[in-house]
Design a protein around this ligand. Sequence first.
Ligand code: SF4
Length: 211
Amino acid sequence: MDNLQKAFSVAAPSIIAELKKRSMEGYYFETCSEMVEKILSMLPENASVAWGGSESFKKCGMLSALQAGSYQLIDRALAKTAEEKREIYGRSVMADAYFMSSNAMTYDGQLINIDGSGNRLACLMHGPKEVYVIVGMNKFVRSVEAGIERTRNLASPANVQRLNYKTPCHETGLCADCLSPGCICSHLVITRRSMIPGRIKVFMVAENLGY
Ligand code: SF4
């Protein structure tokens, strides 16, 4: 472990305690493989599983582990038409487990996320029985304001590059508070707590994941 990882590891117990106050569960791992192994041990066989767009979810090996397991995967990438996509979104809302990352997270246990269409955040807020949030240590910030700054000037411009949308931040790398057709910043959601205790589970790992 390098010193950044060590600093994160000693902060992890207090983050988990803060999450508990907010009726969310927190888990800490030194490596992605340990995290994936733990999540697989928590997921019932044959569970229906959906996920939102997330580089962290893929990079940590979670998607490939689910694909190799005995689960009912609800994969929107398989939709061929707009109607099929809509039907898959409907099934995602009813999933046993929904996977996502968070654009930022505070040390006191709040999640900060921004979405274009809002399907991912709709599932975070309501619908799937359980939500599994995978968060690399690079996503942690000291305040909600710092989290919003991170989403607008780091996560969203990087996502726009991935999606190749024509927005001001695609050209400059910085948020121009746009309202352009390709804008991926329609919904800004701060998750302060879970109404259903334990429904939202946060898996923190001392590795850099996503952006
Ligand atoms: S320029 Fe538009 S799309 Fe880019 S980060 Fe700002 S609001 Fe989001």
